[in-house]
Design a binder for this molecule. Sequence first.
Ligand SMILES: [Zn+2]
Length: 200
Amino acid sequence: MRYEIFISEKPIDGKEIEEIRGLPVIRPIQIHSSTVVFAGKRYFGRKGDAIVTDNKKIWVGVLSADCLPILVVARGMVAAIHAGWRGTLKGITFKTLKYIQTFTDIQKIIIGPGICRNCYEVGEDVYRSFAPHLRDRLFIPCGNKKYLFDLKEANVIQARSAGVNIIEPLNLCTVCNNDRFYSYRREKTEKRILSAIRLL
Ligand SMILES: [Zn+2]
């Protein structure tokens, strides 16, 4: 299972990257959903938050600036997932992995640059939207009805539930490493990181 990954860094705006080393980058129109789209030979810009392909002639990618980009390596298939708290709540990572498993075996996932659990403060609405059994694992109260949320762990739990146990976190927080990566929370920027993967 040979693949290559690409993760853009400042000052490049990932939205403007249309091709990498001569091959097109295909992205879904991200809507904080749990919708998985498949990019085959032709692709029409569909809405969703995970993109899967078996086509070696394209990169599949997602944009983010704090949300977690997750890249999936499978036998003859790769995928890119955009996992913010809303998509995570809807099970985007679990659903994407299960979708791929209907075709092939998954080798591993790679967790790209996203906000870490020390930097991601959320309100009670986010806390309450998660199931009670997950709240203790994912949230640490930090006073004033605010919580620190572990977005990475939320997605790791989904990967393990899908039977994927090889998880490679790059451990790059967009806030802690804001010199390299865009952070919407830190900068209120419209610029984004592109995280992409290609099958070789
Ligand atoms: Zn951080």
